[in-house]
Design a protein around this ligand. Structure first.
Ligand code: NDP
Ligand code: NHF
Length: 320
């Protein structure tokens, strides 16, 4: 029988499996198989987004596994994210309904604002001008948040949260919220361990979700000569001593910190490997050694929105 994944409890009393499967760049031709295999292995949490252009194929796997009686809808925890071109309050319900229809679901467990920046509304996810520069919209993400709250009231989503929000942006949401965000999903791994943002969120009852926990080696702008987390000597030496793989160490690092973690894979063996982390934990000494790798090593800078007033990482005065 598959191991049961421990859960994190949100500020609204609902729970979320601490380990989930990422789906960015999971090829539509492979993702149905991969999500199906993940559910067979024991994953119950799947991280999706409208921007990943594969929600229909993820939905096919969910439908099939429910049909086979492997899981019931309520056993699963499905996240999606509203893309930057749908921030205008009157578009928010339309956006969630597109993801629900693509996934074949009648509710989401979690819906996130993918980024704080609003882009020009329309069908192009990266609307750009003649010089290739993204065209922005001036919608305030606080107004988007108020429309997200309506989705909870309407039963379309169980919980709402944010992604890629810095501490100042999160504070603005918390000050305006009737329904508090349950999580902030951000890039988090040993080269950018987010200790300050994690402490800040924890003190306010907001969980952290770690994306790109393995260092996102598949990201399109990766350079061949860059240091690789999966080959980092410190990570390798801990993995060797504990008889685990580097990926298992990187995933367990987040679990042991109480951070939700969503590694992506479409390989059956790596999906299984990434799930097989329940028979060990890291000592304080190992966690401290991994923490010492922190070097502000951001891998997902969202460079194309950098001049946007709401870009979360562009203001040097806001350090986390
Ligand atoms: N909110 C946001 O803005 C963002 C959210 N995300 C979410 O987080 C998820 C994870 O982040 P992502 O950037 O995809 O990167 P990850 O850090 O999860 O790395 C995924 C890559 O690592 C490879 N891999 C997976 N398991 C192993 C293993 N055991 N050993 C060696 N290599 C492995 C995968 O290849 P293979 O598939 O071949 O196994 C893939 O190339 C995304 O898929 C997405 O759901 C990501 C970025 C931004
Ligand atoms: O989830 C994500 C994956 O990649 C996208 C393209 O850069 C990002 O915008 C986003 O954060």
């Amino acid at each position: 029988m598959a191991a049961k994944v421990p859960s994190v409890t949100f500020n609204n009393g609902l729970t979320c499996p601490i380990l989930g499967l990422g789906t960015w760049q999971s090829n539509p031709g492979e993702v149905t198989r991969a999500v199906g295999e993940a559910i067979d292995i024991g994953y119950r949490h799947i991280d999706c987004a409208h921007l990943y252009f594969n929600e229909k194929e993820v939905g096919e796997a969910i439908k099939e596994k429910i049909k086979q009686g492997i899981v019931k809808r309520e056993d699963l925890f499905i996240t999606s994210k509203i893309w930057n071109t749908y921030h205008r309050p009157d578009l928010v319900e339309k956006a969630v309904k597109i993801s629900l229809s693509d996934l074949g679901l009648d509710y989401l467990d979690l819906y996130l604002i993918h980024w704080p920046m609003a882009y020009k509304e329309g069908s192009d996810p990266f609307p750009s001008d003649a010089n290739g520069k993204v065209i922005y919209s001036d919608v305030d993400y606080v107004d988007t948040w108020k429309a997200m709250e309506n989705l909870v009231e309407k039963g379309l989503v169980k919980s709402i949260g944010v992604s890629n929000f810095n501490s100042v942006q999160l504070t603005r949401i918390l000050n305006a919220a009737t329904i508090k965000p349950v999580t902030n999903q951000v890039e988090c791994h040993p080269y950018l361990n987010q200790t300050k943002l994690f402490d800040f969120c924890e003190a306010r009852g907001v969980t952290l979700t770690a994306y790109s926990p393995l260092g996102s080696p598949q990201r399109p702008w990766a350079k061949p000569d860059e240091p690789s987390l999966l080959e980092d000597p410190k990570v390798l030496s801990i993995a060797k001593r504990l008889n685990k793989t580097p990926a298992q160490i990187l995933i367990r690092y987040q679990v042991d910190r109480g951070i939700i973690v969503i590694p992506k894979s479409t390989s059956k063996s790596r999906i299984a490997e990434n799930f097989n982390i329940w028979d060990f934990s890291l000592s304080e000494e190992d966690i401290n050694a991994i923490n010492s790798l922190d070097c502000n090593g951001r891998l997902i800078p969202q460079a194309e929105g950098r001049e946007h007033k709401d870009h979360p990482f562009a203001n040097p005065d806001i350090t986390f």
